[in-house]
Structures are given as C-alpha cells and as structure tokens.
Design a protein around this ligand. Structure first.
Ligand SMILES: [Zn+2]
Length: 357
C-alpha cells in the first residue's frame, strides 16, 4: 500500500511538472528572443554566426538574423583614404547590396539542424522601389530552400538614410512596395518594416507618415507585419499622443496583423525617460500583450555585455509588465509569429521547387 501511494505521489508530481512546462513552452532558461538583429553592418562586416552564438550564450534563446540591405560606397573622391564604416561617415551614396541574402543563407547553412532552430533568417537585399523586387524574394527562397522566415528589416522612410540611397527614393505609395507586401502575404513571410512616423525635424506645415503607413498596412491584411521601433528614430521623437495613436491601431480590427517592436537603444531611451512614460507604455502593452516584441537592433555584436545593453535599459519596463505580458514580449510573440510562418513558407518552397524566377 505504501509503495502504491508513493508511486501515485510520484506520478502526480510528474504530471504537475508537465503541466507547468506546458504553460510556458518557451521556458528554455533564456532571458529573451531577439526579434531585431543585424549580423552585418553598412559595409557588410560582422561576426560569423558561430561567434554570434557565443555572444548569445544561454542568455538569448532564439534570434532573427539579417544583414543590412544597404552598402555604404567608399568613394575615393569623397573621403580618399578615410574609409567610411557608417552611413554618416561619408556623403557618398548607399546602394542595395543583394549579396547580403546569400551571405546570411551561407552562414545559417553552416549550422547543425539543432542550432538552426535558434535562428530566423530574413531576406533584405531588394530595392523596395523596384517592381521586380518580389522576383528577388522568390529567387532567394528557391535558391536557399529551408532557410528564410521573412523579409526585413527593410526601410522606406528613415532619417538621414533614405535620402542617401542611390536611385529612385523609396515610398509608401509605390506599387512596387505593395507587390512586396502581397508576395510576403502569399508565401507567409513575416515582414519587418522600418518606417519613421515623421521627419527628423518636422515643421508645422509638413505632414507625418502615419496615414500612408496605415493605408499600406490596411491594403495587406493577409501579411504578418512587425513595425520596427514603433516608428521612432534617433531624432524622430514620439509624436504627441504616441500611445494614443498606437492604442487606436491596436484596437482597429483592420490592423490586427500589425505588431510593434521596441528594439533599439534610441527607442528605449524614450520609453524609460520617466516613470510616467514607463507606466503608460506598460499599461498599453498589458492591454495588448500579443502585439509587441522585444529586440536589440544590435549590429554585429561581438561582446555579450554590450549586446545585453538594450535589454538591461528596459529593466523598469520588465518590472512594470505583468509576468504574462513580459514573457510574450520577450519570447512568446516571437515564437508564435515565426513558428506559424515557417510551415507555410516551406510548403510554398516545396510547391514551387524547380521554378525559375
Ligand atoms: Zn535595425
């Protein structure tokens, strides 16, 4: 009898243990999943994926993986021996560097099947003002099957960057961008879009970009969208009533496919600027726990302490969120969006195998 009850107790313990595990499927001991990570910079340099995995360590369970689609030209005429490393280092233009996609795919394909499960590689090397951009996306998928989970971060309006890009300037109104969004929707690719809400130093007589970006999102209800940095930038400050317009978006059923990432130390600086700001943002997130993702927006991190900077900046926010919201923002929403996307993308690749785009 004693033995039977001991077995029963052991069984109950086991079942309880499993129940706890089922409640939190992301419980791998890591602090967060990184929804916004650039492996390479504006001159296409960065750590190898294996070195980056060392930087993730056991602190970061999973991560997106993308380069930067824009290359800063080293113009001898502009800077001579002074080789630019950043887009603000030179007056020379940026241009679309499509090889970034092959580079990211090659890095990913060096990993074991188990290691691959930690990464969501993204296609970025297309010109969003080119009506052929969607062909590039399909070509990359079929050239590197089993690799990519989405497209982005790619940029339409970005302070100091968009105006430097060679060729036709990107626009939210360009039908080429609509083709990119509908292709992503058709295939199931997650979209990470950078689009500032406003100009760097807005004047009272200019309009912000909100209406155009909402119109774009509404035209593509079938596409899973992550709006990077909540539309903010280094000098693109939150518009008056930022939280109100975000809540309007979150409550709008025609925008239920849109999510926000709170990546970038430049965004964290606004959110943690005061107890009042933390409280407002935390309340907004607690009301809409499924719609926010944390990311670092680090570029080619080589040092774990520096890599954790944005996560640590958000300490007051993590404390202000309910445990459920915090888990979703740090991990759960990342897992849900990408785990839902991948089977669809793999099925599209299978169905289109051998086709040439
Ligand atoms: Zn970024």
């Amino acid at each position: 009898m004693k033995t039977i009850s001991a077995i029963l107790v052991a069984l109950l313990l086991l079942l309880n243990g499993n129940a706890t595990f089922a409640q939190d499927t992301q419980d791998d001991g890591s602090l967060f999943y990184d929804s916004h990570l650039h492996l390479t910079n504006y001159i296409q340099k960065g750590p190898s994926i294996r070195d980056f995995m060392k930087v993730m360590g056991d602190k970061v369970g999973r991560s997106t993986l993308f380069g930067i689609p824009l290359q800063q030209q080293w113009s001898w005429m502009n800077s001579g021996e002074d080789a630019p490393k950043y887009y603000l280092d030179s007056d020379a233009p940026l241009y679309y560097y499509s090889f970034t996609d092959a580079y990211i795919a090659e890095q990913f394909n060096e990993l074991t099947e188990d290691e691959k499960k930690r990464f969501e590689p993204m296609i970025t090397g297309f010109n969003p003002a080119d009506m052929y951009a969607f062909d590039h996306i399909k070509r990359v998928l079929l050239t590197f099957p089993g690799v990519f989970s989405g497209i982005g971060e790619f940029t339409i309006h970005k302070e100091f960057v968009s105006s430097k890009v060679a060729g036709e300037v990107a626009s939210l109104r360009n039908p080429a961008l609509d083709t990119v969004f509908s292709t992503a929707g058709e295939i199931g690719l997650v979209v990470i879009l950078h689009n500032d809400i406003n100009k760097p130093y807005p004047k009272t007589y200019t309009q912000n970009y909100l209406k155009d970006v909402w119109d774009l999102f509404r035209r593509h209800p079938e596409t899973t969208i992550i709006w990077a940095h909540c539309g903010l930038g280094r000098v693109v400050a939150p518009v008056k009533d930022q939280v109100v317009f975000m809540e309007d978006m979150l409550d709008d059923p025609s925008l239920s496919h849109v999510h926000f990432d709170i990546s970038w130390d430049e965004v964290a600086k606004y959110i943690v600027s005061s107890d009042e700001a933390v409280k407002k943002v935390a309340e907004l997130m607690n009301r809409h726990p499924d719609r926010f993702l944390f990311g670092t927006d680090e570029v080619g991190p080589t040092d774990q302490e520096k890599y954790m900077k944005v996560y640590n900046m958000y300490e007051p926010l993590w404390k202000a969120l309910t445990p459920e919201t915090s888990e979703k923002v740090r991990k759960g929403n990342f897992a849900r969006l990408f785990d839902e996307a991948k089977p669809k993308i793999r099925a599209w690749e299978e169905a289109n195998k051998g086709k040439l785009f």
